[in-house]
Write a protein that binds this ligand. Structure first.
Ligand SMILES: Nc1nc2c(c(=O)[nH]1)N[C@H]1C(S)=C(S)[C@@H](COP(=O)(O)OP(=O)(O)OC[C@H]3O[C@@H](n4cnc5c(=O)[nH]c(N)nc54)[C@H](O)[C@@H]3O)O[C@H]1N2
Ligand SMILES: Nc1nc2c(c(=O)[nH]1)N[C@H]1C(S)=C(S)[C@@H](COP(=O)(O)OP(=O)(O)OC[C@H]3O[C@@H](n4cnc5c(=O)[nH]c(N)nc54)[C@H](O)[C@@H]3O)O[C@H]1N2
Ligand code: SF4
Ligand SMILES: [Mo]
Length: 871
């Protein structure tokens, strides 16, 4: 107790920390503050709060509120929002009706936004480590000191001729262009992103087939048949609200049938017309067999395939003949008769029929091909780009540079290379986009495949959200020889921050600037503006502003690319060119509406069939054999601008043949390059089994994870209202399997996980780790699958996250309106174990192996082999 007289402790004390003062931050320390119920005192405080409010209850008059348009980022769906501000306080968030994707709709997470800003345990000041790394002892310092130290270390790496040793690791950043400029100015290619942990198999599948698009934009509202392979779209998915409301519309307006594949009864499965529960990782086999059933019954669109596919209808039919529904039944467990029936229903509804995927099919060893097989189904029935079919937009997640150009001068692309950023073992990781192989970063740093001098991390909680998070990740983050310097930007004290040397308190997405955009389900280009709805508290500063200041401090060669007063000024400059299009100041337009949508072009239906603009046709030639249209560039090299179809110049697909790519030579070449000897790696979307599953013993099971509708990975546990709804994540287990093991709901089960076969980190089969998790026995899961959600089981991020109610903390000077919120954190964490609750849940990532899939390198999240034992 004596120590507390000299050093503050506990997350709540962050708000009253004076410059130069030190504080101790560890989960145990936060817990030590618990002093039990003080009901009487609390009731007294509540009454006082009501009196202060002058009313019987807290009530906001929204008609008096200032409404500010912005963009949500409580998940990566980035819905347009409007914040209601009363007396400088954000009191409510609604959907921005002008947003083409979500309109007025928002999910629970979006509405929980204000609680992030007002969280009494937010980081408010830059902190510098004063004890050993990981000890949790911090001193409040100034931004001048923080930025000065980072700039000086970066300058040293540049002076050493090793700019690639400056790295930024990002989770959900949404300021990728800013980071790109920052690293380019330094000369470093080392942007370690998280795509491979998220979606790279899917994106690669879309790029390889169509030549563009991060995500497809199924035209669900006009569809008559919607088939979904593992996109839990009623709960998660990158377009949760966007897609979900259109799927509902399609079902009600058109009577669209909704068929869903998932290994467990998710909310989406529960709402589907038909739910199929396949063997994990077998979606590709089902899709190919559906293609087979359609083609054998001659219900395919031969004309479309002959015109637009790089494998014509006859050849495709011959190739797909081997994938019979009977074969698929043996692989997937789904009855051949069902596969055939659904396939023919799908074909009958075409072209208003769409089949799509997300991580359920993609986050596997064979996920790249699973997703290619599903896209192919759309091609087989000719629904690509058709109303009600499988549509897509151009560069959906990039702010169009023609409308919002980057201010000049811009730094050139870096010459330096990094094996961590571009590992040769995964030749397709960076082929169509720089997806990278995020899950191997820590292993490569450990093995010395690349060195790090300066490690900056932003919006990432890798000890919690990465595989082998509590072991490999923490081993590397804690080792000062491997990572000599780490500055972490976060809004709360995360485990990532805990292992840093400097903590940079960020402004939340409701307090900072930025552009955002996603695939627009209305099939037009659009861009939204993130602007501060309120000002950040304490000394919180947007990381983009930090980068500008750091770049200016590194030296004139770097500073020349950052001639902005601040990030707002940068954004304003980028809006300049918009002024002509909207007949008013572009920046003011964006601030007023929050969104710009390009209505000058038609919707992106049949995009491949659009004319090549006359200007682009000048000086072109048509290749006789391929009918491709080529133009010579300034460097004398030819590039394709389109393809002649029925005597007309068409845009086509942005693939090597300008056609939808069923076969892709780059895949075949890449497979050869890495000696990938799986069957059928010949550039076609073949199905191949997952080695770790093929080698599974009779008593072993398959462990998958899933996302909750009210949580987002590592970012929502500290939001009390969300954690109040979901704070417990028992392990789903099928009734038959549980009975065999004598397990009942609530029983503690020991899960042992094993390393996969055929992966970089192992010979396969060794025990990786063990966890104790209570069982939830249900019919709603595949008999050989166990499922545990992510997000929970996190002793960091303060009291709401770790379910440890504590004593009321000193109220922060910056926010005198949080009395109610604060009381919530004292008294209302009723799931605190010490009050008889279930606690904060379980983090299963600790025992999930790093297992990058071949070629693209996406983490095989849903391939983990395990065994169980009742304890
Ligand atoms: N509420 C919420 N929304 C989110 C997020 C969030 O964390 N919470 N995160 C956002 C992000 S970054 C992402 S990437 C997306 C992810 O969105 P989704 O891909 O929709 O979500 P996941 O939970 O990763 O996986 C979907 C489903 O795959 C199932 N599954 C596992 N194995 C298989 C299989 O072999 N076949 C099939 N068919 N299904 C299988 C799981 O049971 C799970 O229900 O969501 C985004 N939106
Ligand atoms: N078991 C399992 N693990 C998974 C998944 C799964 O399905 N199952 N899904 C994977 C997927 S799809 C993804 S995308 C990754 C995501 O995982 P991460 O890349 O780690 O991203 P988030 O969870 O979004 O961000 C986490 C961190 O960002 C911080 N943060 C929140 N807002 C801000 C802000 O405004 N500024 C700053 N500087 N920091 C902020 C949070 O406090 C938290 O520490 O997780 C992956 N992990
Ligand atoms: S889906 Fe919900 S959390 Fe995600 S961006 Fe939209 S409102 Fe925000
Ligand atoms: Mo993700």
């Amino acid at each position: 107790m004596k120590r507390r007289q000299f050093i503050k402790s506990g997350f709540g004390a962050l708000s009253t920390l004076a410059l130069g003062e030190t504080i101790l931050l560890t989960p145990n320390d936060a817990q030590a503050q618990f002093i039990g119920y003080r009901k009487k005192e609390l009731i007294g405080q509540r009454k006082a709060g009501r009196r202060a409010n002058g009313k019987g209850r807290l009530q906001n008059d929204y008609t008096k509120a200032k409404v500010v348009k912005s963009v949500c980022l409580n998940c990566s769906t980035v819905c347009g929002i409007e914040g209601y501000v009363i007396d400088g306080r954000l009191v409510k968030i609604g959907g921005n009706p002008a947003d083409p994707n979500n309109g007025k709709s928002l999910c629970a997470k979006g509405q929980s936004g204000p609680t992030i800003n007002n969280y009494p345990e937010r980081l408010l000041f830059p902190l510098k480590r004063v004890g050993k790394r990981g000890e949790g002892k911090w001193q409040r310092i100034t931004w001048d000191e923080a930025h000065g130290e980072i700039a000086q270390r970066i300058r040293k790496a540049m002076d050493d001729g090793k700019p690639e040793e400056v790295a930024i690791q990002i989770g959900r950043s949404r300021i990728g262009e800013e980071m790109g400029r920052f690293l380019n100015a330094i000369g470093s290619p080392s942007l370690f992103n998280h795509r491979a942990l998220c979606s790279s198999n899917k994106r690669a599948a879309n790029y390889v087939s169509l030549g563009e698009t991060d995500w497809e934009s199924g035209d669900f509202a006009r569809s008559k048949y919607i088939m979904n392979f593992g996109a839990n779209v009623y709960e998660a998915h990158q377009g949760a609200i966007h897609a979900c409301k259109r799927i509902i519309q399609g079902r009600y307006d058109n009577g669209a049938k909704f068929v869903y594949f998932d290994v467990r009864l998710s909310n989406t499965a529960g709402r589907a017309d038909e739910w199929f529960c396949p063997n994990p990782g077998s979606d590709g086999a089902i899709a190919l067999a559906m293609g087979n059933a359609i083609m054998m019954a001659n219900k395919h669109d031969a004309k479309w395939l002959d015109t637009w596919s790089n494998v014509n209808a006859a050849d495709l039919k011959e190739w797909i003949s081997r994938y019979t529904p009977e074969w698929a039944e043996s692989v997937s467990g789904i009855k051949a008769a069902d596969i055939r029936r659904v396939a023919l229903e799908f074909a009958a509804a075409a072209p208003a029929a769409v089949a799509f995927t997300n991580r359920g099919s993609g986050a596997h060893y064979n996920g790249f091909n699973n997703d290619r097989a599903v896209i192919l189904l759309n091609a087989i029935v000719g629904s690509i780009g058709k109303p009600g079919g499988y549509c897509y937009t151009v560069e959906p997640t990039r702010v169009p540079p023609t409308v919002f150009p980057q201010p000049m001068p811009r730094p050139p692309a870096p010459k330096a290379r990094s094996a961590i950023e571009n590992p040769p073992e995964w030749p397709l990781a960076n082929k169509w986009q720089r997806m990278k192989v995020g899950e191997i970063v820590y292993q490569y740093i450990k093995e010395g495949r690349g060195k790090i001098q300066v490690f900056l991390s932003y919006c990432v909680a890798s000890p919690q959200t990465w595989p082998e998070g509590r072991t490999l990740t923490v081993d590397v983050l804690s080792d000062e020889k491997l990572i000599p310097f780490h500055a972490c930007s976060d809004i709360v004290y995360s485990e990532q921050a805990h292992w840093a040397d400097l903590i940079l308190p960020d402004a939340t997405y409701m307090e900072r600037w930025g552009f955002d955009t996603r695939n627009n389900m209305e099939l037009r280009d659009y861009v939204t503006l993130r602007q501060p709805i309120v000002q950040p508290p304490g000394e919180c500063k947007s990381f983009a502003d930090s980068m500008i200041d750091i770049a200016k401090r590194i030296g004139p060669a770097t500073a020349q690319y950052f001639q902005f007063k601040d990030h707002e000024d940068w954004i304003r400059q980028r809006c300049g060119a918009l002024s002509k299009r909207v007949n008013e100041d572009g920046f003011e337009y964006m601030k007023k509406h929050g969104v710009w949508q390009d209505m000058s072009k038609p919707k992106y239906y049949d995009l491949y069939n659009w004319d090549v603009p006359a200007a682009e046709l000048k000086g072109t030639r048509v290749d006789e054999a391929t009918q491709m249209i080529y133009r010579k560039g300034a460097d004398g090299r030819e590039s394709a601008v389109g393809i002649m179809v029925d005597g007309k110049p068409r845009r086509g697909f942005i693939t090597p043949t300008r056609k939808f790519a069923v076969y892709h030579p780059d895949i075949e070449a890449a497979a050869k390059q890495v000696g990938f000897t799986e069957d059928h790696q010949n550039g076609m979307p073949e199905y191949f089994p997952i080695p770790s599953i093929s080698n599974m013993k009779a008593d072993q099971l398959h462990l998958v994870t899933f996302k909750w509708n009210v949580h987002t990975q590592g970012r929502t546990q500290s939001q009390k209202y969300l954690s109040e709804i979901v704070h417990h994540n028992p392990m789903w287990i099928n009734t038959d399997t549980a009975t065999r093991h004598g397990i009942r709901s609530g029983d503690m089960v020991e899960i042992t996980t094993y390393r996969p076969y055929g992966h970089m980190m192992s010979g396969g089969g060794q025990v990786l780790g063990r966890a104790l998790i209570p069982a939830f026995v249900t019919e709603g899961i595949h008999p050989r699958v166990l499922a545990v959600s992510n997000t929970l089981g996190n002793p960091w991020h303060g009291r709401a996250a770790n379910a440890r109610g504590g004593r009321k903390q000193a109220l922060a000077a910056w926010n005198d309106n949080i009395a109610d919120e604060d009381q919530d954190l004292v008294d209302d964490l009723w799931w605190d174990e010490r009050k008889g609750g279930t606690g904060a849940g379980y983090n299963v990532n600790a025992i999930l192996p790093v297992q990058p899939a071949p070629l693209v390198g996406m983490q095989g999240w849903y391939d983990t082999v395990c065994s169980i034992r009742k304890v």
